[in-house]
Design a binder for this molecule. Structure first.
Ligand code: FPP
Length: 261
C-alpha cells in the first residue's frame, strides 16, 4: 500500500527515547501483520476493574492499531477477537463481547470509509447472535468497494475447524467431479481457508507475554515471524507496533533456505 509520508511523520512525532520512525526501513514494511490481542482481563484486574472494562479499553487499542497499519501502508491487518473456544467464558462476558463487536463496528465505520479500509471476517460468523451478524453484514456491504487496507477480524474462529472445513469442501468437490485429487496442492488448499486471497502474515504479534498460538491461523503462520510483548493489549500503542516492526526487520527470513550473502 502507498505510504503518505507526511501523515506518517506527523503520526509518529513525539517519539519516546527507545524508538522512532527513523529506526524503520519504510521500504521493508511487512505486508500482513496479525495480532493476538491478549491481556484485557489481566489489565482490568490489575486496576481493580471488571474484566469487561479491559475489553472496552481494548477497543481503543484496536482503533489505534488500525490507524497505525494504514499509516504504515500495510496491505492487511488481521486480529484475533474471539475464538471457537471463547464460548466457554461466562455468559455475561460472551454477551458483552458480542455486543461490543457490534457497537464498535457501527461506531468505527466512518473511520473505515475515511481510510478506505475493507472489512473481512475470518471464522463462522453465521453462528453469531443476530445483532452482531447483521452489523457484520452491514460492515461487509458498506466497505466492499474500498480498495485500501484489508482489516480482517477473526471472530468465532478456530484454525483446526477451518482446516477440517477446507478438507471437507475439497472432498465434496472431488466427489462432485469438479476437482481431481492431483490438483490439490498448498495453493488450492489455501483457497478454501477463510483467508483466501490474502497473503500469509509476515509478522504475528501477541500481547501479554503468552507463548502460544491458541488455535490461530495454524496453516497461514507456517513462515511467519513471531513477536511477543509483555504489554497487555489495552496498553499496546503505536510505539509498541513500531517496536514489533523494528524487531521483524532485524530478522533473517530464510523460508527454509539459506541466508543470502
Ligand atoms: C483477550 O483478552 C481478548 C479478547 C478475548 C477479546 C478481544 C476483544 C477486544 C480487544 C475488544 C474489541 C474488539 C473488537 C473487535 C471490537 P483476555 O480476556 O483473554 O485477557 P486475559 O488473558 O488477561 O484474561
Amino acid at each position: 500500500m502507498q505510504i503518505d509520508t507526511e501523515k506518517l511523520e506527523a503520526y509518529y512525532a513525539d517519539a519516546p527515547e527507545d524508538i522512532a520512525l527513523s529506526d524503520i526501513d519504510l521500504a521493508r514494511i511487512p505486508r500482513h501483520v496479525s495480532i493476538i490481542m491478549d491481556g484485557n482481563g489481566r489489565w482490568a484486574q490489575a486496576r481493580g476493574l471488571d474484566r469487561s472494562e479491559g475489553h472496552v479499553a481494548g477497543v481503543d487499542s484496536l482503533r489505534e492499531a488500525v490507524t497505525t497499519s494504514v499509516r504504515l501502508g500495510l496491505d492487511v491487518l488481521s486480529v484475533y477477537a474471539f475464538s471457537t473456544e471463547n464460548w466457554k467464558r461466562p455468559q455475561h462476558e460472551v454477551d458483552l463481547l458480542m455486543h461490543l463487536f457490534a457497537t464498535t463496528l457501527i461506531h468505527e465505520l466512518p473511520l473505515f470509509h475515511q481510510e478506505n479500509v475493507r472489512l473481512r471476517f475470518l471464522g463462522d460468523i453465521e453462528a453469531l447472535p443476530e445483532e452482531t451478524r447483521k452489523v457484520f453484514q452491514q460492515g461487509l456491504d458498506e466497505t466492499a468497494d474500498h480498495d485500501g487496507m484489508v482489516f480482517a477480524l477473526a471472530v468465532n474462529y478456530g484454525a483446526r475447524a477451518e482446516i477440517v472445513r477446507a478438507a471437507k469442501h475439497l472432498i465434496q468437490e472431488v466427489e462432485d467431479g469438479n476437482l481431481e485429487p492431483e490438483e490439490i496442492d498448498d495453493e488450492r488448499f489455501s483457497q478454501e481457508l477463510y483467508t483466501a486471497g490474502l497473503p500469509d502474515p509476515d509478522l504475528l504479534i501477541r500481547t501479554s507475554g503468552e507463548m502460544r498460538l491458541s488455535n490461530y491461523l495454524l496453516w497461514q503462520l507456517a513462515y511467519t515471524e513471531f513477536y511477543v510483548t509483555d504489554t497487555y493489549w489495552p496498553d499496546f500503542s503505536r510505539w509498541d507496533f513500531l517496536r514489533a516492526i523494528r524487531s521483524f526487520q532485524g530478522r533473517n527470513r530464510r523460508f527454509g533456505g539459506v541466508a543470502k550473502a
